[in-house]
Design a protein around this ligand. Structure first.
Ligand code: HEM
Length: 467
């Protein structure tokens, strides 16, 4: 019985198995997720890979994932990439173990920051930041330049979370290069991913230089956050934003507050989790829109119809962009930008009645493959088609087959925030520009725990302003 899976031998694995290195050698170290997708296609809905003497179980079959979504028997597992972020994010919401008291405390204190009323409060600021993006793109257009999609989406989403959540301005659009916060963040995410590709005992040796850089990156992130918190303590009130909640709100029942050390972890968590994945989601959506002019035209017609010529669509005009939202969902189906989440057994059980698991045994859910499962999405699952998210089609699908935001108690707290922001921005961009992609561009997906279309640039054409 290996690592809690008494019948592990029944789970398929790749043929060539090397001692110590296991299945890792020959794998694409820089694209572990896409590497696992390749194995998934060969090995089926559940499979395992061996690395450094350990077995890792991967799951993507719809029936199996639906079972893992049962919160009464399974819970989030903090492992692999998520666990590697613990030195940075500690018991912050994303990286906390289920049993750590700060998870429930922070969840209860911060959840109201994602209520409908809170979102309405962020809307104006989201619009203002989106305006910075279109100003920037207008300037690029005037200068005859193409635009750097992932770079600019990251500018946008970092500014959005920093301003709405923390009253902070990173001046992302005034900078030629990414803000050092972004560079340090990408550094730590990449490092956390790399740690999974070397045997733990050898990591200090193999990654010595990288570890030093990572320590410097973490120090920079911590300094930035400490500065931001100190500013708030000095100047006071952010009108009830996330930072105010972290600093001042007591738990409604216990009266407890977050400690200074925990606030630091939460601020880092929200600054990172709050922009990196949304940036990727927007970038993939723009890629697909540029590749499918007929879909872009349909989305654009909806924006024109629903928004009319109002320069500043109100909060309730965003959710009315049903088709734009489907474009976003379909993008997140093919490339869920947080491409995996892990689930562990809360008690001895059998996965889908077939694979016995001891308490604590865990599996990684491969979301991009779940989202391409032919039995659910059809033989044309690789094709981009937003109509898959038309209401009737969604109703006809079994539950737990679309999981870009994870599942259960530990699912994404920022889901509505991300969807509102991204739909708003896509609406504004579709209304303002025609998007042209270099026909020679081939989608390459880079990985740093999260996914991003690499090197995507678009040529813009200004649409005539509405009368
Ligand atoms: C958790 C995806 C945007 C904050 C998660 C999880 C996923 C996810 C899959 C669960 C991870 C796991 O089970 O280990 C995404 C995607 C986003 C997005 C795809 C954008 C398209 C956001 C935003 C925020 C945010 C905008 C904050 C403003 C968080 C936090 C958690 C989380 C704090 C941990 C929740 C908990 O465990 O209590 N996200 N997220 N995310 N996300 Fe997001």
């Amino acid at each position: 019985a290996e690592q809690g899976w008494p019948e592990l031998h029944r789970i398929p694995h790749p043929p060539r198995r090397l001692p110590l290195l296991g299945d890792v050698l020959g794998a694409d170290r820089h694209r572990p997720m896409q590497d696992s997708m390749r194995f998934a296609r060969e090995l089926g809905p559940i499979f395992r890979r061996r690395a450094f003497g350990k077995e890792f179980v991967f799951v993507w079959g719809a029936r199996l994932v639906a079972d893992l979504a049962d919160d009464s028997r399974f819970a989030k597992h903090v492992g692999l990439g998520v666990a590697n972020l613990r030195p940075l994010a500690g018991d912050g919401l994303f990286t906390a173990y289920n049993h750590e008291p700060n998870w429930q405390l922070a969840h209860d204190v911060l959840a109201p920051g994602f209520s409908r009323e809170a979102m309405e409060g962020y809307h104006g600021m989201m619009l203002a930041v989106a305006g910075r993006l279109t100003d920037h793109w207008d300037r690029q257009l005037a200068a005859g330049r193409t635009v750097d999609v992932p770079g600019d989406m990251t500018r946008l989403t970092l500014e959005t979370i920093a301003r709405t959540g923390f009253g902070h301005d990173f001046d992302s659009f005034e900078r030629e290069r990414p803000h050092p916060f972004v560079t340090a963040m990408v550094g730590t995410l990449t490092y956390a991913q790399r740690l999974n590709t070397v045997p733990a005992p050898l990591a200090p040796l193999l990654l010595r230089a990288a570890a030093r850089r990572n320590a410097a990156d973490m120090a920079y992130l911590n300094r930035t956050v400490d500065g931001l918190v100190a500013d708030r303590r000095r100047t006071g009130g952010g009108e009830g934003d996330l930072l105010d909640r972290m600093l001042a709100t007591a738990h409604p029942e216990t009266g407890e507050r977050l400690s200074a050390e925990n606030v630091r972890k939460q601020v880092i968590t929200f600054l990172v989790a709050g922009h990196e994945t949304t940036s990727g989601a927007l970038s993939f959506a723009l890629y697909h829109l540029a590749r499918h002019p007929e879909i872009a035209a349909r989305a654009r017609a909806e924006v024109d119809r629903v928004w009319g010529d109002t320069p500043r669509p109100g909060y309730d005009r965003i959710a009315k962009l049903r088709y734009v939202r489907r474009v976003l969902d379909e993008s997140l189906r093919l490339w869920p930008t947080a491409p995996a989440f892990a689930r562990e057994a809360r008690q001895d059980t059998a996965l889908a009645g077939e694979h016995p698991m001891r308490r604590g045994a865990w599996a990684l859910v491969l979301t991009p493959m779940l989202h391409r499962e032919p039995e659910v999405w059809g033989e044309d699952a690789e094709r981009f088609d937003p109509d898959r998210f038309a209401a009737a089609a969604v109703r006809a699908r079994p539950p737990h087959t679309f999981k870009p935001f994870g599942t259960g108690a530990r699912a994404c707290i920022g889901r509505q925030f991300a969807l509102h922001e991204a739909t708003l921005v896509l609406g504004l961009l579709l209304r303002r520009y025609d998007l042209h992609i270099d026909p020679g561009y081939r989608l390459t997906v880079s990985e740093r725990l999260t996914l991003m279309p690499e090197g995507l640039r678009l040529r813009l054409e200004r649409r005539p302003a509405l009368s």
